[in-house]
Design a protein around this ligand. Structure first.
Ligand SMILES: NC(=O)c1ccc[n+]([C@@H]2O[C@H](COP(=O)([O-])OP(=O)(O)OC[C@H]3O[C@@H](n4cnc5c(N)ncnc54)[C@H](OP(=O)(O)O)[C@@H]3O)[C@@H](O)[C@H]2O)c1
Ligand SMILES: N[C@@H](CCO)C(=O)O
Length: 407
């Protein structure tokens, strides 16, 4: 019998307990022994909940319990999660977490601590909820040099963008729904301002490269400025607006960005809607690979955590090697990136001289009901050249265009 402790009995933590109970028999077969939740650390009591007798409020009761082999950190935030996880590893316990804030900030250090002690630090649920993406990068795709990762990596914002686009729902209303469904972060600013997706692409890029990406250096824009007018133009262009987190390697440099992008029907992520996430990976040998599934929510996320718990139990005494060290991976500047942009400007669609002077002979796009403005799509140009040209027109908004295609 393997005994574990769960830190945090919220959306994910309660899902972990539920799955270990519901699938106890098959999990026991796969792990080679039954897995029992010995204690659950939380700030609250849960009277009436079957877990109530296992609730503890003092982390020392977990750390000092020699029967506990695996600690599952699903509280969120960097502190005290970081301290608790370090203490668990120092006490000889493997750790599984869904906490991307923790992994993006301290992944390399915690992996090194686990390796030194023949333990494991696993974090499959930290990116893409229930979608397997960490293990594929660590194991199945290691023959390749990863040339590009681009994905919809935040369920909350994809849910919001899908509902706003398809049903015309208001931003505030759909954000509340996403919170009620357990998708959003405790402070949903992390979702809607793109910080959560930024941390996820930092984790994936660090795993793909083996060096650490500082997530704070990734250009990051959220979805809060996307308007119903933007969706109207997107529809006219047979396109949708998605929050993409992307990194790619070009001419020996690595670029990374998290921002809303306009994508058309030929894009591999065009049909990834609602809370679903989709992650496209290109390897220099395998070519294109796609990962798709529930990106957030109690049971999908907990499923990925329990997969890690089983792996930790199976590998007790053996470190499953993950190459991610603390050497810094320098990112190339966003201003050098080349792409097209969709732009909305103020003015009459018959008076486009200034736009054409700056951007060349672009095709003018108008939408019925949107007066005194028009849109256009630029040729491919650097971000720096775009910003310079855009400063000379009366721009309302711009959305980058991603033209990833399955090859
Ligand atoms: N929800 C998802 O779909 C999802 C998906 C993937 C990853 N994640 C990640 O998984 C983690 C947990 O998310 P969640 O949605 O399950 O959050 P949650 O519902 O807020 O649950 C967190 C739980 O931890 C407890 N907690 C917080 N600080 C604590 C402390 N210092 N000591 C003991 N207990 C503490 C909270 O108690 P109180 O409520 O009393 O504060 C709460 O019960 C986060 O890192 C999140 O980013 C979530
Ligand atoms: N808040 C996150 C949870 C899953 O990481 C999201 O919406 O994707």
């Amino acid at each position: 019998m393997a005994k574990i402790a769960v830190l945090g009995y919220g959306t994910v933590g309660s899902g972990v307990v539920e799955i270990l109970d519901a699938n106890a028999e098959s999990i026991s077969k796969k792990a080679g022994q039954p897995i029992e939740v010995k204690s659950v650390l939380d700030l609250r009591d849960f009277p009436g909940d079957p877990i109530q007798e296992k609730i503890v409020h003092d982390i020392d009761l977990v750390i000092n319990d020699d029967e506990i082999d695996v600690v599952v950190e699903v509280m969120g935030g960097v502190e005290p999660a970081f301290t608790f996880v370090k203490r668990a590893l120092e006490a000889g316990k493997s750790v599984c977490t869904s906490n991307k804030a923790l992994v993006a900030a301290h992944g390399a250090e915690l992996l090194a601590m686990a390796k030194e002690r023949s333990l494991n630090f696993m974090f499959e649920a930290s990116v893409g909820g229930g979608i397997p993406i960490i293990r594929p990068l660590n194991q199945a795709l290691t023959a390749d040099e990863i040339t590009k990762i681009t994905g919809i990596m935040n369920g909350t914002t994809n849910y919001i963008l899908t509902k706003m686009s398809n049903d015309g729902s208001s931003y505030e209303e759909v954000l509340k729904e996403a919170q009620a469904l357990g998708y959003a972060e405790r402070n949903p600013e992390a979702d809607v301002e793109g910080y959560d997706a930024c941390r996820k692409i930092a984790i994936l890029t660090s795993l793909a490269d083996g060096r650490t990406v500082n997530f704070e250096e990734i250009t990051t824009e959220g979805i809060t400025k996307i308007s119903n007018e933007d969706f109207a133009y997107a529809r006219k262009l047979n396109s949708v607006i998605k929050l993409l987190a992307t990194s790619y390697r070009k001419d020996g440099k690595v670029y990374a960005i998290t921002a809303p992008f306009l994508i058309d029907t030929t894009h591999p992520l065009y049909n990834v809607n609602g809370v679903l996430n989709g992650i496209y990976v290109n390897g220099n040998m395998v070519g294109d690979v796609m990962f798709f599934g529930a990106g957030a929510g109690k049971l999908p996320t907990a499923s990925a955590v329990v997969g890690d718990i089983i792996d930790c139990v199976k590998h007790k005494g053996t470190n499953v090697c993950v190459i991610w060290d603390d050497e810094k991976l320098e990112l190339a500047p966003t201003r050098d990136e080349v792409r097209s942009f969709f732009v909305r400007v103020k003015g009459n669609a018959s008076d486009t001289a200034m736009v054409k002077e700056q951007f060349g002979d672009v095709e003018i796009i108008t939408v019925d009901g949107l007066d005194n403005e028009f849109g256009f799509i630029t040729d491919r140009m650097t971000e720096e050249a775009f910003d310079k040209a855009a400063s000379n027109v009366d721009m309302i908004s711009r959305i980058r265009i991603d033209d990833t295609k399955l090859q």
